[in-house]
Design a protein around this ligand. Structure first.
Ligand SMILES: [Zn+2]
Length: 334
């Protein structure tokens, strides 16, 4: 059943249902731990026609059945175009395969004002089933400025039975006017044992290493494992990169290349200050003596991260990043 397979969300869901005082909640915290699932589960619970107020959705009533089939008339999700299919797939909702027709523009990572305008029509209509109407917005930071402004009035004074569940990985970047209209709902990293049990049940081998690699974010660890990354390959990255081996990263998608290098840089800076790494095992990391070259490298990685979605030539781009990494690591261990 819908998103019931993230067991660590049960307690935050119960808490959210019990504490919700506002018509708009903002789930916030790190990515990769189930923010969207929590927001959607909240929506389902608010719409459920059998659960008592403040209780999670029953999964059996007519409303829950409509919800699970993706056809609930009182539910809308506002997602960037690029996330529509993957988000619906991971929620177990019906979705259309992205249209890969030649000449079609790359799907947007922003939530645009047209989408908000369509939503306003839904917001003004009467609730079809009479219980509530719910809008999930994910990730809220994807609302561009015009879209966010178009949403403000409805978010502040929603008509009738309308409720909002927003979710954000980066709530600091939201317009303050959006943030101030929402009741915050922090979602922390799950307990390590719960995250490991979940990954192992999904068939991930050496789950502990990948969970550490992602900083404790089980959904991200699963995504990496499904993309073919193993713990052994991850732990080999620091030393291979220090030798200038481009192949250490060439199987990763561009945004993951940046992720990996940023985590390596972070761990090396910690090591240079005598602290253990967070993402790589101790034996995997070189022993830097100086932080300065690493800090300069970190700044370069931040710049590169802005283009990580579509580098012009991924091969050359990774080569340049590995050369940069090798130079920084070499300078730091001298
Ligand atoms: Zn129900």
């Amino acid at each position: 059943m819908l998103s019931a397979d993230l067991p660590w969300l049960q307690a935050p869901l119960a808490d959210a249902l019990a504490r919700a005082r506002s018509h708009a909640l903002l789930v916030q915290g790190p990515a990769g731990v189930g923010q969207l699932e929590l927001a959607v589960r909240l929506a389902q619970s608010w719409l459920c026609e059998s659960a008592a107020a403040g209780q999670p959705a029953c999964n059996h009533c007519p409303s829950c059945k409509l919800f699970a089939s993706g056809t609930h008339p009182d539910f809308q999700m506002l997602l960037p175009e690029a996330l529509e299919a993957p988000a619906r797939e991971s929620l177990g909702l019906p979705f259309e395969e992205p249209d890969a027709k030649a000449g079609k523009a790359k799907p947007s990572r922003e939530i645009k004002v047209e989408a908000v305008r369509n939503l306003l029509a839904f917001a003004q209509a009467t609730s079809a089933r009479g219980k509530a109407k719910v809008v999930v917005i994910f990730p809220a930071e994807a609302l561009n400025g015009v879209a966010a402004n178009a949403l403000l009035k409805t978010l502040e004074e929603p008509s009738g039975l309308l409720r909002f569940a927003l979710a954000s990985h980066d709530s600091a970047s939201l317009l303050p006017t959006i943030r101030s209209r929402c009741q915050p709902l922090p979602l922390a990293l799950p307990e390590r044992s719960a995250a490991l049990a979940w990954l192992e049940a999904k068939g991930v081998k050496d789950a502990a290493g990948l969970l550490d690699a992602t900083g404790g974010r089980p959904q991200q660890a699963l995504e990496w494992a499904e993309a073919g990354l193993t713990d052994a390959a991850w732990q080999a990255i620091p030393k291979r990169v220090a030798r200038g081996e481009v192949a250490a990263l060439s199987d990763l998608a561009p945004p993951r290349v940046i992720d990996a290098l940023q985590r390596l840089c972070h761990d090396l800076v910690r090591r240079s200050h005598g602290q253990p790494g967070q993402f790589f095992a101790p034996a995997a990391l070189p022993s830097p003596k100086r932080a300065a070259p690493l800090l300069a490298w970190d700044a370069e990685l931040r710049r590169a991260a802005r283009h990580a979605d579509h580098p012009l030539n991924a091969g050359l781009w990774i080569e340049a990043l590995v050369a940069q990494a090798q130079a920084a690591v070499t300078a730091s261990v001298r």
